[in-house]
Every structure is written in C-alpha cells, then in structure tokens.
Design a protein around this ligand. Structure first.
Ligand SMILES: [Fe+2]
Length: 290
C-alpha cells in the first residue's frame, strides 16, 4: 500500500437512529455520514432490519464511512477474526470510503470492558500495534484509520509523547489517522500539554478524517462526553488543523443529549465555514491564529 490518499469528502455527520427520518431532508452541505460499524454487523442483537435498510438507502445518496469501537487493536488478546469477518462482510455490502477504529484496547482475556482505554507509549507497544494493524489491513484488503482517544491517566513508563506515538504508529503500520481534535483538547487539559505542538508534529499525509465533539468538566478533568456543542477552543484547533493539513473530511459527533437534526447541521455548518476560511479564502482574509 504505497499511495496514501484519503479524499476530502467535505463535512459529514454521524448517522443516529433519532435522525433517520430527517436525513432525507439534509442540507446540501452535509456530504457524507459516519456510521457505527457494530450497529450493522449482527452483533449485540443489531444488524438487520430497519437500521440496515436505512443505511442502504442513505448509501444510495451519500458517501458512508464505517467507524468501529470493538477492534481492540492494542489488546494482548488474539485478534478477533469473527468480528473482522463480519466487518469485512459489511464493508463489501456497503462499500464505505474507509473503515476506522480507535488506537486503544477495550478488554483482555476475552472480557470486553466497553471503554476505549489508552496505551503506554513505548517501543514495545509500537511493535505490538504495528504487527496487528498490518494483519488487520491485510485481512480487510485496505488501509484503516485509527483515532486518538481521550484519556484520564498517563503511564509512568511511556517513552514518548502521545503525538510522537501517533505519528510512529501510523508510519510504522502504514495506516491512516482519524484525528479527534476534541480528544486532543481534552487530553491537553488533563495532561497539561500544548495542543498546537501536538497538531504541528503529526504526519500530514496520514490524516484522513477529523472528529469534532463536545465534552464536559467533571472535577479536575475534562471528559469526552459527546453531549453538547463544540467549544471555542476546539473550533480553534479545527482552524489550526485546516491551516496545517488543508481540507480534510470532518464530522461532528454528538451521542448523548442528542439535539434535533437542524441543530446538528448548524454545528456542521460552522465546520464548513472554518475550513473554507482557512483553505479557500485569500491569506489576508483568513482569521489570524496565535
Ligand atoms: Fe471521536
């Protein structure tokens, strides 16, 4: 897999059951939808019936990308080929532009902890991940994207920064990156680093998609709750991303206290405007970024 090219699909939204009936009346600036792979794979009692029919009809009019939460790429358990077979079948049926999951582990000894848990940034983890990502990509026959996760702890034995680790994983395994700029902001507050340094250090050609989301404060920590609008600091990080990486497929995640579809679209429209300002307008008309 030599050529790394993730097409810019524009701005999209997450497809949520609450909005199935509204999608047909989407504004023209919504160009694509991200769907949670597991909801259509026949696991946990899901997969067939109305959700799949809705997805097939959305697919007729929009690009779709698959986003998973169960790959557990960092676990020490064997890769789950039952899961991967189902993912491959869904991918063959739906023909997504790409498939993504998270750079994390979600369980061990066949126990699923239902959380996206961070990994120690060590050389040993890098080697473990590289082998597993390559096996997954070989099996699926395509390059996958992996997303940086939010975290509430760090590891004393980490040997590099989170951004160095992300860059090393993507280069070593030859995979793409799904950059969640809200997760970068959340971690920058929780672990006291500069999010600008993070963004400026990433390999530009590996970034295939951007996530935006809201978070909440719980005591001293920011928590990635996806239950509200995107905050100003995260919009600023999207602005810097557009400046650094050019236009990248971007979507808004909103998974709790889900608003009506028009409010979600309004949030996506802000992303459209910011990306346009930073990548299409003449330099003197662009907002200044400190
Ligand atoms: Fe995300």
């Amino acid at each position: 897999m030599k050529d790394i090219y993730f097409p810019n699909l524009g701005v999209g939204l997450g497809l949520r059951t609450q909005h199935y009936s509204s999608v047909a009346q989407s504004s023209p600036f919504i160009k694509w939808f991200e769907v949670l792979s597991e909801n259509y794979m026949g696991i946990n009692g899901s997969g067939g019936g109305r959700p799949l029919k809705v997805l097939e009809s959305v697919r007729k009019n929009y690009e779709v990308v698959l986003h998973g939460v169960s790959l557990s790429i960092g676990s020490t358990d064997e890769l789950n080929f039952d899961y991967l077979n189902k993912l491959k079948k869904l991918s063959q049926d739906i023909q997504p532009r790409w498939i993504s999951d998270h750079l994390c582990w979600t369980g061990v000894n066949s126990e699923n902890l239902h959380d996206l848990l961070p990994l120690p940034a060590t050389q040993e983890t890098l080697e473990h991940l590289t082998t597993r990502i390559q096996r997954v990509q070989d099996f699926l026959g395509r390059r996958i994207l992996l997303e940086n996760v939010s975290s509430y702890i760090t590891f004393k034995h980490s040997e590099m920064t989170e951004w160095e680790f992300l860059g090393e994983v993507s280069e070593g395994a030859d995979c793409g990156l799904l950059l969640d700029v809200n997760n970068i902001y959340v971690n920058s507050v929780n672990h006291e680093f500069d999010p600008h340094t993070y963004l400026k250090s990433l390999p530009k050609n590996r970034i295939g998609q951007i996530h935006l989301a809201g978070h909440s404060r719980q005591g001293e920590l920011l928590v990635d709750t996806h239950d509200g609008p995107v905050c100003d600091e995260v919009w600023d990080l999207l602005r810097l991303s557009a400046k650094l990486f050019g236009p990248v497929s971007t979507m808004v995640e909103w998974d709790a206290k889900i608003p009506d579809y028009r409010q979600l679209e309004a949030e996506a429209l802000k992303a459209v405007q910011i990306i346009k300002e930073e990548t299409e307008l003449p330099r003197e008309a662009r907002a200044q970024f400190a």
